[in-house]
Write a protein that binds this ligand. Structure first.
Ligand SMILES: [Zn+2]
Length: 350
């Protein structure tokens, strides 16, 4: 009898629940309407491998001494970003010339000195209070005891320069009458390498209320190819996209299919995946507060966390494509009619 009941229950699940859920997901996919296709392509194409390369050779140069949080090189790197945004006439989130959120040394458990997150901001034209965050960490590992500098070109120079180029693209679009409807916050975190402390601090003391934060698209290493993709390098790992909002996941897929057709690898998105990358970069501090996230990542490689992570090893055309993918995804989130919906609130999934 017991066996029968289990079989009976299993049969019910197998024949009824699965097709119904498939229908709901299909309805959700169909409900996503891409916006502004011509403009997306036009402004995505202003993100170029040449400019990414120029920025990255500066950002990961020895001058910034491996950008260790609280140290001189990190401050120089933060100032470099501030100067860039000022020259591009992209505002701060705090107004005036204050682009920094200072994290006091007391927030750290070690001897880290005061250090800054860097925030640049493009205000939305229709729903300025709704914030789309695009993030990457600007810090890295500093200088080894033997004097070798950890340049961190991929980690996370690649994400940093992608943000610089995306901000310029959104700003150019705004100047030409295609500004985003929702606001976009370009958020460069300090102290990721010290345990995601920059994003932990930001999500405790956000510039804009967390409940108004629509999504976080976080980039940590998108300029290289890992050993699993040497024969198919047109890929990127996506992690977390379906955890809180299936709409975000399918929106992301739809944008990619429409404009890029990059192979989106979900290997590291599996629940209980042993590397647990989902919890290992800054997006996680948003996810734990209920903000949907996508983490973009190329996987590890032989130069990961070594002084040999240098800008000559970056694949710039690939970095361009991946940055353009994040840009187009952010554009859709910022400009579609409704704010992306959490699964628990999504009528289409009930
Ligand atoms: Zn990193």
């Amino acid at each position: 009898m017991k066996t029968f009941c289990i079989l009976f229950a299993f049969t019910l699940v197998g024949t009824c629940a699965t097709p119904r859920y498939t229908t709901k997901i299909q309805n959700l996919k169909d409900s996503i309407q891409l916006v502004d296709s011509a403009a997306v392509v036009k402004y995505a194409n202003t993100i170029t491998s040449e400019e990414l390369k120029t920025h990255l050779y500066t950002f990961s140069s020895d001058e910034f001494e491996g950008r260790e949080a609280g140290e001189k090189g990190h401050q120089l790197a933060a100032n470099f970003l501030k100067t860039y945004y000022q020259n591009e006439h992209i505002e701060s989130a705090y107004g005036g010339d204050n682009y920094f959120q200072t994290i006091p040394s007391g927030f750290f458990n070690n001897n880290t000195k005061d250090t800054d997150n860097v925030l640049a901001f493009i205000e939305g034209s229709e729903k300025p209070d709704e914030i789309v965050v695009i993030s990457a960490h600007l810090d890295h590992l500093g200088i080894e005891d033997d004097g070798q500098i950890n340049n961190g070109a991929d980690d996370d120079g690649s994400g940093t320069v992608a943000l610089m180029e995306m901000a310029q693209a959104f700003n150019t679009a705004k100047k030409e009458g295609f500004g985003p409807k929702r606001s976009i916050l370009f958020l460069h975190f300090t102290a990721e390498e010290l345990g995601k402390k920059g994003s932990e601090y930001y999500t405790m003391y956000p510039a804009f209320p967390i409940e108004n934060t629509v999504a976080d698209l976080n980039i940590d290493m998108i300029g290289r190819v890992d050993d699993l993709h040497t024969n198919n390098k047109d890929y990127i790992y996506l992690i977390g996209s379906d955890r809180l909002s299936k709409e975000l996941h399918y929106l992301s897929e739809k944008v990619n299919e429409a404009y890029f057709n990059i192979y989106l690898d979900y290997k590291y998105n599996a629940l209980r995946e042993s590397n647990n990358y989902y919890s290992r970069s800054d997006h996680y501090n948003f996810a734990t507060k209920g903000v949907p996230v996508i983490f973009y990542f190329n996987g590890e490689h032989a130069d990961y966390h070594k002084p040999t992570d240098t800008p000559d090893k970056i694949d710039y055309p690939l970095l361009q494509r991946r940055a353009q993918l994040v840009f187009a995804t952010a554009w859709q989130i910022a400009n579609q009619e409704h704010r992306i919906v959490l699964d628990e609130d999504n009528e289409l999934l009930k």
